[in-house]
Design a protein around this ligand. Sequence first.
Ligand code: ADP
Ligand code: ZN
Ligand code: ZN
Length: 757
Amino acid sequence: MLVQVALPVPLYRVFDYSVSTDSNVSSNVSLPQIGSRVEVSFGRQTLIGIVVAHIAEADSSVPSGKLKPINKCLDAEPILDASMLKLAYWLARYYHYPLGDVFGVILPTLVRQGKPLDLLITHWRILPHVSDDDFHANAKKQKQQFDMLKLHGERGASEDVLLLEGMERAFLKTLEEKGLIERYIEPKQAPTPVTLAKMPLDLNEEQQQAVNAIIATHEAQRYTGFLLNGITGSGKTEVYLQVMQAVLEAGKQVLILVPEIGLTPQTRARFASRFAAHIVLLHSGMNNTHRLQGWQDCRTGHAQIIIGTRSAVLYPFADLGLIVVDEAHDGSYKQQDTLRYHAADVALYRGVQYNIPVILGTATPSLEHLKLVDDGKLIECQLSTRPGNAKPAPMQLIDARLQSTHQQTTDDGARYDTGLTDAMIGAIRQTLEAGDQVLVFLNRRGYAPVLLCEACGWQADCPRCDAHLTVHYNSQSQYSSYLKCHHCDWQAYIPTVCPDCGSQNLDAKGIGTTRLSENLHAIFANPQTSKELYPIIQIDRDTTRRKDSWENIYQRINQGDPAILVGTQMVAKGHHFPNVTLVCLPNADRGFLSADFRSPEHTAQLMIQVAGRAGRGDKAGRVLIQTLQPDNALLLKLVKDGYLSFARELLQERKMMGLPPYTHAALIRCEGKTLAATMQALKDAIAILPSNHNLAVLGPIDAPMSKKNSRYHAQLLLLAKDRRQLHHVLGHWWQPVLALPSAKYLKLTLDIDPVGW
Ligand code: ADP
Ligand code: ZN
Ligand code: ZN
C-alpha cells in the first residue's frame, strides 16, 4: 500500500509516497493512518503533510522505482477525523483552492510544524518549604501573585486557570527562578458535566417559540439552519443560552462565532455567568501555544463552550451539538485572503455534517440569508419586541440643509465648523444633564480624511496607493501628528507649506473621530477653564490598539457616569451599554450614495446596529440622524418602515437587476507591477473560457483603488444564474488560467461569493 499525502504547496494535487519498512527509518512506520501527519521529502525540502488516502501501488501514477518513502509518521492516531477531511475536501472544491493549502489554513501553526499532540497540561504549585516570610516587604506584586496560587492549596492549579484569574506569566517565571514554586505536568482530566450557575430567564412568547423549534431539531438529531431575526435588544442571547442548555446537558459541545475579538471577553462573561463549563476562547490575538491548546481542547471534547471569531468554524470537534453565528450579517465572517471562505456558509455546511441545528442570529439579516429563507433553506424565527418595558429607540432625521452646522471659535479667534447641528448638540447636552450617556457614531478614524492646499488644490496622497493620506493630528503633541495611509500604513510628516505652490494655506478637510472628539470637547468643556465636564471616550482602532485598552474603555463606560462616546463601527457590534440613551449619527447616511451596489445594505445594517445601542437599559432611547439628503428614498424607507422592509425592497431590486443573491458570482483579481500586465492576463483568461460557458463576464477592469501598496490590480467578474454551472466552468478553467504564460509573474486570486467588487 501507498499513502497519498496533501502537502502545503500551491498545487491542485496530492502526492504518493511509499511506506518503507527499512530498519533505518524510525520504527513507528507502519501504514500511517488516514488523517495523521507524515514528514516527507519533496524536492529538496522536507515537508509535513496529511495522509488523505491509502492506495494500492498499482493504482499510483508514479512508477514504483520513482516512489519515495515517507520519512516519518508523526501521529499514531489520526489527528483529523473523517468529518474534518470531508470538510477540507469540500472547502478545496467549493473555493477552488489547493487541498494542501486548505490544510495550511485549517491547522494551527504548531500542528503544521509537527509538534507532538499530547494531552498534558502545565500545573503550578508552591514548593513545600516556602512560607510568607520568604518575601521581601517590597516585593508586593510577587507576594500578591504568590497568594493567588496559595488559594489553590497544595496541588496548585493549571496554568490556564491561573492566567484566567489574573496571574501573569512573567511572575510565574520569576517565582520559579527564585525557587518558590514549581511546575508539573498532569494528563488532562475528562471535563465535568456542565451545570447551571444561574437560573434561566422566563422567556417571552416569541423567544419560547424559537427555543422550542431549535431544541426540537437538536433532539431529533437533524440539521436545520435557523435565521434568528430579532431586533437589537430583543434577547437573542437568551435564546442561545436556553438552546445551549439543552445541548450541553446532552453532553455535547457548543460553538459560538462572534464577529470581533473585542466581543470575546464580554461574550465569555455572559456565558460563564450562566454555565459552569469549560469555556474556550479562540481568536486571532492568541499565541501559537494557546491556539494549539484550544484546538486540542475542541478536538478532544474538553472544551464544552467554544467562543471564537471566523476561523473557529474550521476547528475539529469531538461532539458538536450546536453552532451559533452571532451577528451573522457581519462582514468580518468573510475571509479576505488565502482561502476566501464565509464562516456562516461553512457553519451551515458543518451543521449538515453533524446533523445539528445552526442559528444565524442578527437584527439586520443579510440579503443572502433572507433569500435562503425564501428558498426554504433557513427557518426564520422572529423576535419583534424588547423584553420588559424597553422600546426600540425611534429614529429621527435632522435636515442639515436647513440648519447649518455649529461654528466654534479658537483662542486666536479663528472660526471652524464642528460638523454638528445645533439640534444635535442640544440633544447631547440634554442627555448629559439628565445623567445619561451619548454615543456619537462616525465611521472614520484619525483627525481628518484629507489635507488640502486652499491655494492650488493640492491634496496629500499616498505615493503607493490611489488614496488620500489621513491626517492624524494631536494639538497636544506634534510627535503624534502625522499623515498616514490607512491602506498600506505609509507615514509622512505634515508639511508646513504646500509642496506644489509653497502656500501656507494648508487645511485639514473633513472630520474623523479624533477631530470630532476635540470639537465635542470644545463645545462641552467649561468655557472659563476649558476643563472637561464630561469625559469624551474615543473608541476606534487607534485608541484600542494596546492590549487591554478596550477592556479599560469598556469598564469606564459601564461605570455609567454621563459621558460622550465617540466611536467607529467598532461600537456597532453587539455591545451592551445600558446607560446610552442617545445615539447620534452625524453623517452615517453617505453610504446610500456609493456606487457599490452592496453599499445601501451595509450602510443600513451599520446604522441599525449603532442605533440599537440606544435605550438598552431601563430608560428609553432615541436616535438622531443628521443628513444632507433628507428626501433620499432609501433613507426614508429605512427610518419609516424599518430594516426588514428596507431589505425586502433591496432584495426585489437585486432580483430585477440579476445581481447576487439571485446570481452567483466569482471574482478574479490579478495583481502585478503594471496595470497593463494584469489586464492582459485577464484578457487571456477570457480567451480560454469554454465556448458554451453561459456566464455573464464583466471586465476586465481596474479594481476599485487599483493601485495599492505600489501594486496594480485588475479584476474580472463572472456571474451565473446557476451555481453548478459556475463551478463547472471554474473546475475546468481556473487551473489553466493560473498556468497562463502572461500570468507567470502575477498574483491571481479567485473569490467565490465575493462580498465586494
Ligand atoms: P440582543 O442580543 O437581541 O441584542 P440581548 O440578548 O442582549 O439582546 O438582550 C437584551 C437584554 O434583555 C439583556 O439585558 C437580557 O438579559 C434581557 N432579556 C432577554 N430576554 C429576557 C427575558 N425573557 N426576560 C427579561 N429580560 C430579558
Ligand atoms: Zn498649493
Ligand atoms: Zn498607501
